[in-house]
Design a protein around this ligand. Structure first.
Ligand code: 5CU
Length: 389
């Protein structure tokens, strides 16, 4: 009997074209080399700016950001990571902050170049995998495309049309900023884009980047813990809540979203959001009102899927409940983020990653190792929802 596939839907890369762009920049996001570090450093987050400034002024200061290892950029490293973790198929995506910072006049061409680069990675890998064996193999790679959101809407729509011509594209990855004006995902100007994605059957993989204002985290030296553990999930929660309140899901019933990090805090807070809606006189009584609108729960269960990147059985159970069943969650690793750290980090990166083990364990503990439900989350759902094979 063939083993059930393991599909990783949350796995990022920066292709060489993207690294060249980051290396040429003076403001975040950027890549810098420092004499004391073998790997260049990747500096993405607002919270990393103070340490970047200190390191630029003083060569003995701690290095800013994180090491840009081969795991961020190399296809062989991705394939080797998949093989170490028994991952049958990965759905790659460009990592944050995507193309959000590009000038309007270059964003369209860059999106085309990067999406083509992902398509080439997928097709060459899948072809090589089938030519080297006599037994049929499932394809190893698919990808979520990226949109030139700072470009004028016709360029964004043309990019969606381009993605529909790429055989391995299975949706798009999207941040929460919205269009060039950065008004978020409840900006009505985004509706034609959402309609086009729905009409093209391209789901959105929604992923955070901006977090919360750095000031809420205080001045303690707590590394990346607060922005990543709390800022990222709150950002996702707020973005989806705003889309819900603006009626985007009702307006674009064909829109499908996969939310990163098990929906941020939505599984825990959906009830509170719903209660605040039905107890808000201004909202419920509003002309053209709330009557007939679906609840948060209905939207979650009809248009939303969650990844299973939550690292604990408690969170995973909540996500399954909120999404309406184990058939709406999909396994992810978040590779290349959260590599092993410590003295033997480099060596450990070539073996099993604890971050992956925690996510696999969460699925097994919450749903039962070897169960049908666990198999769905580990791969079956992605195969079905993203029409992989
Ligand atoms: O947790 C994550 O998903 C990430 C990510 O994708 N990018 C990043 O900069 N840090 C953490």
């Amino acid at each position: 009997m063939a083993l059930a596939p393991v599909v990783d839907i949350h796995t990022h890369m920066y292709p060489p074209e993207y690294i060249s762009i980051l290396s040429s920049r003076d403001t975040i996001p950027l890549v810098r080399t420092f004499p004391s570090s073998p790997d260049p450093r990747l500096i993405l987050l607002e919270s990393e700016i103070p340490s970047l400034e200190r390191a630029l002024a003083d060569p003995s200061a701690p290095l800013p950001g994180r090491p840009l290892t081969k795991h961020f950029t190399s296809l062989p490293a991705k394939l080797s990571f998949m093989s170490h973790h028994n991952i049958t198929t990965s759905v790659l995506s460009l990592a944050n902050p995507w193309l959000d910072f590009l000038p309007a006049d270059t964003a369209g061409a860059t999106a085309e170049q990067i999406n083509t680069s992902f398509e080439t990675m997928c097709s060459s890998t899948n072809t090589a995998a089938t030519t080297n064996t006599t037994t049929p193999q499932p394809p190893k790679l698919f990808f979520f495309g990226t949109l030139p959101l700072t470009a004028p809407p016709p360029t964004i729509l043309a990019s969606i049309t381009h993605l529909t011509t790429l055989p391995h594209c299975r949706g798009i990855i999207l941040g929460t900023g919205g269009l060039a004006t950065h008004q978020g995902l409840d900006d009505p100007s985004l509706l034609p884009i959402f309609h086009a994605l729905a009409a093209s059957s391209l789901p959105i993989f929604l992923h955070p980047h901006y977090g919360l204002p750095h000031s809420v985290f205080g001045t303690g030296a707590y590394g990346h813990v607060l922005p990543l553990a709390l800022g990222f999930p709150m950002e996702t929660t707020i973005a989806v809540a705003r889309m819900f309140l603006a009626g985007v899901f009702d307006e674009v019933r064909g829109l499908r979203m996969v939310l990163a990090h098990a929906g941020g805090t939505l599984p825990f807070l959906a009830g509170r959001i719903e209660s605040c809606v039905v107890h808000d006189a201004a909202l419920v009584g509003k002309a053209g009102g709330w009557e007939g609108r679906r609840s948060v729960w209905e939207v979650l269960r009809e248009q939303v899927y969650l990844d299973a990147v939550i690292y604990s059985e408690v969170g995973l159970k909540a996500a399954v409940e909120a999404a309406g069943g184990a058939d709406r969650l999909m396994f992810g690793t978040d590779h290349p983020f959260f590599p092993p750290v410590g003295e033997k980090a480099g060596e450990a990166e070539e073996g099993e990653w604890e971050s992956v083990r925690l996510n696999v364990e969460a699925v097994n503990k919450a749903l039962g190792e070897g169960s049908e439900e666990a198999a769905l989350v580990m791969g079956g759902n992605a195969v079905r929802v993203l029409k992989l094979y």
